[in-house]
Design a protein around this ligand. Structure first.
Ligand SMILES: Cc1ncc(COP(=O)(O)O)c(C=O)c1O
Length: 361
């Protein structure tokens, strides 16, 4: 606490990112839903062509070369695409652009258990929110989002940390019930579910879909996220961007991303491998008595049987394996485990067996 902090800085509760290893530390990192496989070899080729004198110049503001390639891949126009410094930034801009702030504003509707950055952004921008409880099976309560009394909707699909997918027919019900407000569908994990709400874009001007190269495209370190929606929504995001930072995506990231987004075969092969490993490890854990939700993502949300989730988390950490534990109501008995390589996941299961000493099963 400093006497120079303003009221917002004093009171804000910042998002807590998953623990990052110290330089040189050897760990198995299964706590931030990264991709365990490297990005396409084309990325190396692009990096080898980086023109150092060009770094003396500011980048193109709108990431046009990325938007053009994304538009081709996603079957939309470049005017329907916005790029930012990771989808976190795109989400932050969306909150600022589309949801009203201040007392008396209709609240933004979000699931009570979802990406924990949503309440942080809402707080940062003084946007009132209403947290709608997930149902007992952790699925999104669609009817509660359709009561028509909100000032907008934001949720992840598949949801995080639950890993569960909401069917498109349900997404459409939410869009229809909130015609005068933006419905933001955060599709950070959509490649692993094979389901995207983008097909609904021609029908719904209030739909904004966000995506990222951090998960399926193995580029979390590059920081490239995007939004797809009606050109008027994209213009709104651009107005916010240009009131904050005209150059959110650096020129190297733009060059790399423009190539990486078209590497579909490479990406889908990694997605396939990750899904196969995910399903195998889910079965391994279930055979030990764990409750594992049916994941449509690159992570598992799972509750151990023989010991508390916190004890397993702590013991795994002691063995150099990081998973994510949320000490929060309703989910404090669950762990969020990113799907790593087969070898990493076998190490995980071995470590769990050592920790529980065969108490499971
Ligand atoms: C649901 C969800 N949305 C968005 C993000 C942010 O992704 P990025 O900022 O790397 O694009 C994450 C990251 O874990 C996430 O889980």
């Amino acid at each position: 606490m400093s006497r120079f902090w303003n009221e917002k800085t004093r009171n804000i509760e910042p998002y807590v990112a998953g623990e990052q290893p110290k330089p040189g530390q050897k760990i198995i990192k299964l706590n931030t839903n990264e991709n365990p496989y490297p990005a396409s070899p084309k990325v190396r080729e692009v990096l080898d062509t980086v023109d150092i004198p060009k770094l003396a110049r500011y980048p193109e503001t709108s990431s046009l070369i990325v938007r053009e390639e994304l538009a081709k891949v996603l079957g939309v126009t470049p005017e329907q695409v916005f790029c930012g410094n990771g989808s976190d930034e795109v989400l932050a801009f969306s909150f600022q652009a589309f949801f009203e702030s201040g007392e008396g504003a209709a609240p933004l509707l979000v699931p009570d258990i979802s990406y924990s950055f949503y309440p942080v952004y809402a707080d940062l921008y003084s946007i009132p929110i209403r947290k709608i409880p997930l149902k007992d099976d952790f699925s999104i309560d669609v009817s509660a989002f359709c009561e028509g009394n909100g000032g907008g909707v934001a949720f992840a699909n598949p949801n995080a940390p639950t890993s569960l997918l909401l069917e498109l027919s349900d997404v459409e019900k939410i869009l229809q019930a909130n015609p005068d407000h933006v419905v933001l569908v955060d599709e950070a994990y959509a490649a692993f579910s094979g389901v995207t709400a983008r097909s609904l874009l021609p029908k719904y001007k209030n739909l904004l879909v966000t995506g990222t190269l951090s998960k399926s495209h193995s580029l979390a370190g590059l920081r490239l996220g995007f939004a797809v929606g009606d050109p008027e929504l994209i213009e709104g995001l651009t107005r916010i961007r240009d009131s904050f930072n005209s150059y959110p995506v650096d020129c190297i990231a733009q060059k790399v991303a423009a190539v990486a987004v078209s590497e579909d075969a490479w990406v889908m092969e990694n997605v396939r491998k990750i899904c196969a490993t995910r399903d195998r490890i889910a079965d391994e854990l279930r055979s030990r008595g764990w409750d594992v939700l049916p994941s449509k993502t690159n992570f598992l949300f799972a509750s151990p049987k023989a010991m508390t989730a916190e004890a397993i988390y702590t013991n795994l950490r002691g063995k150099g394996i990081l998973v994510r534990y949320f000490n929060k109501p309703r989910i404090s008995e669950y762990l969020r485990i990113t799907v790593g390589t087969d070898e990493e996941m076998d190490e995980l299961v071995k470590a769990i067996d050592q920790i529980t000493g065969g108490m499971d099963a």
